[in-house]
Design a binder for this molecule. Structure first.
Ligand code: NAD
Ligand code: IPM
Ligand code: MN
Length: 356
């Protein structure tokens, strides 16, 4: 198969882990006889430094012309510590999502059995947990009207959803539930927010087309609690942009670490595949970032954008085998991990490559 892949590493550990993700894709291409071509483009702080723009037009054009994008992360402490900065790395990410129409962000929370002890949750509550989040990605408070008023002393952001936005993400989530355990939890704050009441109304309407799916509604505060109390209760979850952002970072603890969670952003145009974690400046440049989220994002890319199921499974199997062999990065090591089995980013990548 011939495909053109755009590599967009971004900032911080995004650069470190995406380099490893790319190597894994190259190994798959060699092993399975595919012709993948690659290009690279700037986003985030790296793009601001080079061009002044967090999403240069050239990057967007390349994204639209590619079959898929393997993305790293954006962010820089310079902006995190300067709330007044007008141009910010994260604007590049949000604009990319909007411009590519990436309204559905799939975030699988899959616990590898070997990492039962790496989680901060009791192993007996975790074994077998397997959740698929559908986070709406182009609406909500992220894209609503925002303003500083009152001479800068008051600020507001608008949480806004339209029916069509809720309907299309709900359908994707119901479709996924039909291929899994036929359970769907919709998460909102309909006891308070009007946009959530619309959300619930639309989800209930869509549910009529999926009589086999057991639909449950939870308020976001209760859902946050249930995730930790009883993660195995969850199958597919559908929620808005902000709630999905928060709940999936929380859910990363079910999988052991932020460094384990991959995601697929899909919609009207090129699909973007990226870890859910950020640029992690606390560990940037140390060579210790866990590359598995990027590697597993590459697996999602092969499966979802290219339909290469066996290739995707080969990556997941290599991750599983590497963990079974006892190798860990620091974030997923526990008290019983021998020091010599704790690897850096590149060494972990080599272990995966050797098992593909
Ligand atoms: P973060 O995800 O970067 O880091 C949170 C914590 O998890 C840190 O302690 C970090 O060291 C750890 N961590 C994250 N990924 C890891 C990995 N692969 N291996 C080992 N440890 C890992 O979130 P943050 O600290 O809140 O944000 C840092 C910057 O990243 C900010 O500028 C933020 O805006 C940006 N950000 C970007 C994205 C994105 O590009 N999609 C996502 C989240 C945050
Ligand atoms: C994510 C990130 C982004 C988000 C930020 C960096 C804009 O946290 O991809 O989860 O909030 O969507
Ligand atoms: Mn996030």
């Amino acid at each position: 198969m011939k495909k053109h892949i755009l590599i967009v590493p971004g900032d911080g550990i995004g650069q470190e882990v995406t380099a490893v993700g790319k190597k894994v894709v190259e190994k798959i291409a060699a092993k399975f006889g595919h012709e993948f071509t690659y290009d690279e483009a700037l986003i985030g702080h790296a793009a601001i430094e080079a061009t002044g723009d967090p999403l240069p037009e050239e990057t967007l054009v390349k994204m639209k012309a590619s079959d898929a994008v393997l993305f790293g992360a954006v962010g820089h402490p310079k902006y995190d510590n300067d709330p007044s900065a007008k141009v910010r790395p994260e604007q590049g990410l949000l604009k990319m999502r909007k411009e590519l129409g990436l309204y559905a962000n799939l975030r699988p929370i899959k616990l590898f059995d070997e990492l039962l002890e790496a989680s901060s949750i009791k192993p007996e509550l975790l074994k077998g947990a397997d959740i698929l989040f559908f986070r709406e990605l182009t609406g909500d408070v992220y894209f609503g009207k925002r303003e500083r008023i009152d001479e800068g002393n008051t600020a507001y952001d608008t949480m806004i959803y339209s029916k069509y936005e809720v309907e299309r993400i709900a359908r994707k989530a119901f479709d996924a539930a039909m291929t899994r355990g036929k359970k769907l939890m919709s998460v909102d704050k309909a006891n308070v927010l009007e946009s959530s009441r619309l959300w619930r109304e639309v989800v209930l309407e869509v549910a009529k087309d999926y009589p086999e799916v057991q639909l449950e509604h939870q308020f976001v505060d209760a859902a946050a609690m249930l995730l930790i109390k009883d993660p195995r209760k969850f199958d597919v979850v559908v929620t808005g942009n902000l709630f999905g952002d928060i709940l999936t970072d929380e859910a990363s603890q079910i999988a052991g670490s932020m460094g384990m969670l991959a995601s697929a952003s899909i919609g009207d145009s090129t699909g973007v595949y990226e870890p859910i974690h950020g640029s992690a400046h606390d560990i940037t440049g140390k060579g210790v970032a866990n590359p598995l989220a990027s590697i597993l994002s590459a697996a999602l890319m092969l499966d979802i954008s290219f339909g290469l199921k066996a290739e995707s499974e080969a990556i997941i199997a290599a991750v599983d085998a590497t963990l079974k062999a006892g190798y860990r990065t620091g974030d997923i090591a526990d008290a019983s991990t021998p020091k010599n089995m704790i690897l850096g980013t590149d060494a972990m990548g080599e272990q995966i490559l050797s098992r593909i």
